[in-house]
Design a protein. Structure first.
Length: 468
């Protein structure tokens, strides 16, 4: 063994499973994603997860410089036919042998991770798991200093297949979103008897969320996500450390998956904002989870967002060109001055599957407002599905987020008429109500005071209800 190598083992004692690195207990406080590693280390993270080994040299070196480790991913096919294909199997054997020879002695290497959710799209088969077992044994022939794991989508049947067909694995990684609280019971009730780690977690998945009547998922606010991480880490990860040897939060960076913000803990791309790397409340939550203390300056919080007085859960449907009034309830722990950036996107028409690439929709409108939590604009003239985003910046490198999907469809006979009433001096505080006016086929907007009462008196009528 090379002198640089740091031996990693998993040992089972009466109190449960413990991961050891260099002879010392090592609980994984990990991130999924290899950008902003300096910030991760400063927040208390100690490990990085990759999904493939394409940039292994760079990630291992950067992690080592920061005193972090790497769960090095080796991508495997999701197509069950590939596991019966001799050419694919040989290609993977050759690749794994090369990776092991190249990286086995690197001091930042923590574990090898064979595949990511191969069970999600059909490769949850005997031949697939027998091949994973073959690869695990191959790795251990050349490297007995690092455990070998495989990462799966949450599924009790898959754990049974691993127990039967892939016993050479040292541990199982489980990606868990809304099911995080159920993982321990699922593992304990399965034939699998080894340790596990949570390899993706952080928010409910878009497939688990409430949806609009037209099928679009409702994304939680960034404050909700932070609360989910605070509660979930203590209750579902640390409380199970006799069998759960650590976790990798997802995603330490940004990606488009149904929205640009759903899984993104760090905003790398915000149109019109030059600063890259705005940190969300989820980063603060993980700083607290990993260190037991909050960072000196924290991200703003967005607790609620409305369009025309209507929350996302009630379904926002407007006519082409109809006035939209959006309001957001935001605050900052240090009372920093807040800037509000609003962005209007079409809903994505090209959707990824299982985390695959999904193009970000083009921005239709972007408005920056200093210190104003309200926005007035007109709905698009084209019928379709849209989403309005707000990014609340504290001008100290942090951002909170929220969004509401809405549908634009032509007004037809029988639809309620939505009227917005406000004085010109009160455009930032509109009031609205709906009236059952079936003979009108278009929305009406009144922008001057035509009634002998103040706009605030209209607010006594909830805008999401129909006047009786």
């Amino acid at each position: 063994m090379d002198q640089q190598t740091v031996r990693v083992t998993i040992q089972r004692r009466d109190e449960g499973f413990t991961l050891y690195r260099g002879g010392e207990p090592y609980y994984i406080k990990g991130i999924g994603g290899s950008r902003f590693l300096e910030n991760a280390a400063a927040a208390g993270a100690n490990s990085v997860r990759t999904w493939d080994a394409g940039d292994a040299d760079e990630v291992l070196e950067r992690a080592h410089t920061l005193g972090m480790t790497v769960m090095l991913g080796i991508w495997l096919s999701h197509d069950p036919a590939d596991y019966d294909d001799p050419s694919y199997r040989q290609m993977k054997i050759d690749q794994v042998q090369g990776l092991v020879q190249r990286h086995r002695n690197h001091p930042a290497l923590l574990t090898w991770a064979l595949g990511n959710e191969i069970n999600l799209e059909g490769a949850d088969t005997e031949s697939a798991w027998r091949f994973v077992d073959d690869l695990a044994r191959l790795i251990r022939q050349h490297d007995d200093a690092h455990p070998v794991v495989s990462v799966i989508a949450c599924n009790p049947d898959t754990l049974e297949n691993i127990a039967i067909f892939a016993p050479a694995l040292d541990a199982v990684g489980i990606n868990a979103y809304g099911t995080l609280a159920d993982i321990r019971a699922m593992v304990d009730s399965s034939p699998y008897t080894g340790p596990y780690m949570i390899t993706e977690w952080g928010v409910k998945g878009h497939w688990e969320a409430q949806h609009t009547a037209w099928g679009r998922p409702l994304e939680p606010t960034s404050a909700w996500k932070a609360d989910f991480q605070l509660a979930g880490y203590e209750r579902d990860i640390l409380a199970n450390r006799d069998r759960c040897i650590g976790a990798y939060v997802f995603l330490w960076g940004q990606k488009q998956e149904r929205t640009p913000t759903w899984y993104s803990m760090i905003l790398e791309e915000l149109p019109g904002i030059a600063q890259a790397g705005l940190f969300s409340p989820a980063v603060d939550a993980m700083h607290y989870n990993w260190t037991g203390s909050w960072p000196a300056n924290r991200a703003p919080e967005v607790l609620d967002m409305l369009i025309n007085g209507i929350p996302a859960e009630q379904g926002v449907v407007v006519a082409p060109g109809e006035a939209l009034s959006s309001w957001v309830n935001a605050s900052d722990p240090e009372a920093d001055r807040l800037t509000y950036v609003w962005e209007l996107l079409e809903e994505p028409s090209v959707l990824g599957n299982g985390g695959s690439f999904e193009p970000r929709p083009a921005s239709l409108a972007r408005i920056t407002q200093d210190q104003s939590p309200e926005l007035n604009l007109s709905a698009p003239l084209s019928a379709g599905e849209y989403r309005l985003f707000v990014y609340v910046l504290d001008n100290n490198g942090h951002a909170a987020t929220a969004n509401i999907p809405f549908q634009v469809r032509p007004t037809k006979e029988g639809d309620a008429l939505h009227i917005s009433i406000f004085n010109s001096s009160e455009r930032t505080n509109p009031s609205s109500f709906a009236m059952d006016w079936p003979f009108l086929t278009a929305a009406l907007t009144v922008e001057t005071a035509i009634f002998n009462f103040s706009p605030t008196s209209v607010m006594d009528i909830p805008s999401s209800r129909t006047a009786q």
